[in-house]
Design a protein around this ligand. Structure first.
Ligand code: AMP
Ligand code: GLY
Length: 429
């Protein structure tokens, strides 16, 4: 089989790495990819949002399956275009992807179908949002409705900050048209968990839960990033919480989307907060999480290509239950100084080696190669993932390997997994 993977981050590197392990897979192309992915797949410079260009490529090269990493092409309708041309593709249609593309849609959908989430209001006028906020109890969360690369949600602690945030999002439009609608919601207290599920629109297979670390600084301080590290599984998600999430969030969402004529095929990602009154959704994504994928897929034993094909062909029920390796995985992201704000690129990276014999994997995000030199080319540069018998051993190994990697301005959080041993008590569901 020839596979095309669309995207260029650590998530896509992990997808390619995992797909390569399938005996069915003969060749993998990646568009546009990065220097690290180029070691194991053929990079082709087509941008992830050039949908016609990607479909033309898949036609010309007889691609058997296309796998879409990022949200943008999905919300632009890449799946609809490929299906129109009779090309096999893994991912949700444009209408199904709206669950991520529009937070306003997602929130109204959840309200309508009784999927647990924070109470909210939607605004299309800044003045109305501001007058609402003036009487709201702080903290609250203000979100640009459209896509904003994971940076469009702001937790605000006082009224002035709330007004400033509305102005930035809705008037100054720092996220462009994504801010023409804003969601204002109640702040939820509790542990965050990411749950991803494979689905064909009817049948569902839920992956092990993972936890992201969104803020830039240790102890979850500073501005939000795309994600600074992750681990899997999450010990404090017990059996009854898992059962609740599967039934009342994942399965209910998938069947309600089907009821609304938006049948969802692909990976559905639910970002959750485990509150005292049970798990609540803070966001849906229409794709694999990044960096959660770098921690979840190294533990997956099942053949990923088999799962993708079954879903693309519309019947996940032919696949056995997911199988997992024992132990845990942790991923620590190495970023450029200044990220998620301004940062420099083109810094030489030293110490990149293959550590797979130690079950440690360097998943590249923003890297490029010049001659024999590796250079930084983005805010998040490399995710160092390690698998071991338990989480603390896995993370100790990742941090030990990071000691041998260097680039000018290299920054990483030193506390990935710091909440792993928390106890979560859900008093009433
Ligand atoms: P989102 O873009 O919706 O995933 O939100 C980004 C981050 O903001 C989340 O990972 C949470 O840390 C935080 N957040 C979003 N919504 C809420 C909420 N209702 N209560 C508390 N924190 C939230
Ligand atoms: N890690 C969060 C996301 O992928 O959106």
């Amino acid at each position: 089989m020839k596979i095309l993977v669309v995207g260029s981050g650590g998530r896509e590197h992990t997808l390619v790495w995992k797909l390569k392990q399938s005996p069915m897979v003969k060749k993998i192309y990646v568009t546009p990819g990065n220097a690290g992915i180029s070691l194991i797949a053929n990079s082709v410079s087509i941008k992830a949002d050039d949908i016609k260009g990607l479909a033309n490529f898949a036609e010309r090269h007889d691609i058997d399956l296309t796998v879409v990493g990022p949200e943008l092409p999905l919300t632009l309708g890449i799946v609809d275009e490929f299906q129109k041309r009779g090309l096999r593709i893994f991912g949700p249609s444009q209408m199904a992807a709206e669950i991520e593309g529009s937070k306003a849609f997602a929130k109204e959908f959840m309200r309508k179908h009784h999927i647990p989430t924070a109470p909210f209001q939607i605004f299309t006028e800044a003045s109305e949002a501001i007058s609402f906020i003036k009487s709201a109890t702080m903290p609250i969360v203000i979100k640009a409705s459209g896509l904003a690369a994971g940076k469009g949600s702001v937790v605000v602690r006082d009224h002035q900050e709330a007004v400033d945030t509305i102005e930035k999002i809705m008037v100054k439009k720092i996220f462009g048209e994504s801010g023409s609608k804003a969601v204002v919601e109640t702040f939820l207290e509790g542990q965050e968990v990411s749950v991803m599920a494979f689905t064909d629109g009817k049948n569902t297979k839920v992956m092990l839960p993972s936890q992201d670390h969104k803020p830039i600084g240790d102890g979850d301080t500073g501005p939000n990033t795309g994600g600074m590290g992750a681990y899997c599984p999450v010990g404090f998600v017990d059996e009854s919480t898992t059962a609740f999430i599967n039934e009342h969030i994942v399965e209910r969402t998938i069947s309600a989307l089907a009821e609304e004529g938006r049948s969802y095929k692909g990976v559905l990602y639910a970002g959750l907060i485990l509150t005292k009154t049970g798990p609540k959704v803070i966001e849906f994504n229409c794709r694999f999480g990044d960096p959660e994928t770098q921690a979840v897929l190294p533990l997956l034993k099942s053949d990923l290509a088999d799962i993708f094909i079954a879903i693309a062909d519309g019947d996940l029920s032919i696949i056995d239950d997911l199988e997992w390796y024992p132990g845990a995985a942790g991923c620590v992201v190495l970023a450029s100084k200044g990220y998620p704000g301004k940062y420099e690129t083109g810094k030489r990276i030293f110490g990149l080696r293959n550590y797979s014999d130690r079950k440690c994997y360097l998943f590249h995000a923003g890297t490029r190669k010049e001659g024999r030199n590796w250079l930084t080319a983005g805010g998040r540069v490399i995710g160092v993932s390690a698998v071991d018998k338990d989480l603390s051993t896995a993370l100790a190994k990742a941090y030990e390997i990071i000691e041998g990697i260097k680039f000018d301005g290299m920054y990483f959080r030193s506390d990935i997994g710091f909440r792993a041993n928390t106890r979560v008590k859900i008093t009433e569901i």
